[in-house]
Write a protein that binds this ligand. Sequence first.
Ligand SMILES: Cc1cc2nc3c(=O)[nH]c(=O)nc-3n(C[C@H](O)[C@H](O)[C@H](O)COP(=O)(O)OP(=O)(O)OC[C@H]3O[C@@H](n4cnc5c(N)ncnc54)[C@H](O)[C@@H]3O)c2cc1C
Length: 472
Amino acid sequence: MAQALADGAVEELQADFDGEVILPEDSTYDEACRVFNSMIDRRPAVIARCASADDVVATVNLARESDLEVAVRSGGHSVAGLSICSNGILIDLAGLKEVDIDPNAGIARTGGGVLWGEFDKATQEHGLHTPGGRVTTTGVGGFTTGGGYGWTSSKHGLTCDNLVSAEVVTADGRVLNVSEEENEDLFWGIRGGGGNFGVVTRFDFDLHQLGPIVLAGLALWPLERANEILRAWRDYVDGAPDELSTACVILTAPPEEFVPEHMRGQPVLGMAAMYVGDPEEGAPVVQPLKELGPEVDLIGPMPYTEFQAILDPSAPPGYRNYWRGEYLSGLSDKAIDTFVEHAPVTTATAPPFSQMIIFRLGGGVSAIDDDATAFSHRDADYMFHPISVWEDPADDERVIAANREFAAAMRPFGTGAVYLNFTREEDRVRDAYGDEKYRRLVAMKDKYDPRNLFRGNQNIQPSPKAGAAATA
Ligand SMILES: Cc1cc2nc3c(=O)[nH]c(=O)nc-3n(C[C@H](O)[C@H](O)[C@H](O)COP(=O)(O)OP(=O)(O)OC[C@H]3O[C@@H](n4cnc5c(N)ncnc54)[C@H](O)[C@@H]3O)c2cc1C
């Protein structure tokens, strides 16, 4: 078996390549190595910036034949650093930028390297959308294959629930169409099983009407009111319609004009809210939250694309990041007390971008049968999502320890399951699926990737027997 690039292999790849092959000596190489989390500094031997499914096939074949490590990158937002490798081959999907909308069928054919801001811009031209990333620079690839919670998921489900078909390049270099009718097992696996079974070169999403104007925005309260507001929020959203999508967060108030001076730079309680539907119908649904008397209330009619970009300034690229995503079985008073005790302290270990979030999930996600997709744990009502963001490597240990301590304090209120797209802990993959589903995923890995070519992900390892048979 090879384990290195054969002489002339790169030239052969370049010969028929529609995109661009970037090598360490190229001026664009350093930029092409960059991913969202600056803690991740890896240098592939070859970056294949693919512009077609054929490019992906050629690169997968080269990687398999050379037995080099492979990484796949769509938007590069994996905080765990799963979309880049050292010395191996990076399959960079940044050249797959098609967003082709059929408004009559309500379907968007979407290239594997499209970013959510690009997708939203194209679909909103038709007054359509599918649930997608809450930051515009996240890629459709990792987001969808890992599940994908957007602001409209409370009503319309996860992004992967809105996938109707896709094109997948498998480890043996085949190009397969997948849907409920064709290669159904693979279609099941790419909806929550991450990049374990192949490279998705095209996603076909179901679209829903929304916008261009939605009722949405942010509100802020002083930290002293956090306990009271979180209880009132929970009491209200637990019985609210699925059209109401909300999250609460403890963050450092930004030095913006809309923030009163006494709050700027201080830990405060924030709430993001959106009504997934007609803004006029949403007004009475959102009103009880506005009546909680925020000091800053920016919830009002605004373009959907503006709300989709509202968190961009709080998630700048190029910083060090440590994240967790843990499901909560409910939000008891004790869970709120623990959150309010720890969140400001953890936020203060790494201001100004760290933020400690609790998302209200919703019926759009839980209504779908758990067996319908590889994605699991749909029944949780809330997700705890502490995000630590800092700049200086000297702070790594201190900041990560604080985040972990907070997660440990919240653990008694969790279901024990994690959302892999937010997780940096390496040993939580089985927790994300549960034993039974994990076994089914291993059987799929045995079928589609027994040599574990695609292991630069939240990895489902093939059974040793399948691996041995494939390499024999
Ligand atoms: C700023 C920011 C905001 C975020 N907001 C949200 C949010 O609102 N909701 C949410 O659910 N998550 C969110 N996330 C988490 C996000 O879902 C994951 O980080 C996801 O992996 C990002 O997708 P990507 O394409 O950018 O990932 P990449 O880093 O490019 O890839 C991540 C993983 O997916 C695999 N992969 C990527 N593309 C493909 C493909 N086409 N086929 C097969 N495998 C592929 C890669 O191999 C890798 O293992 C956010 C992350 C960041 C950094």
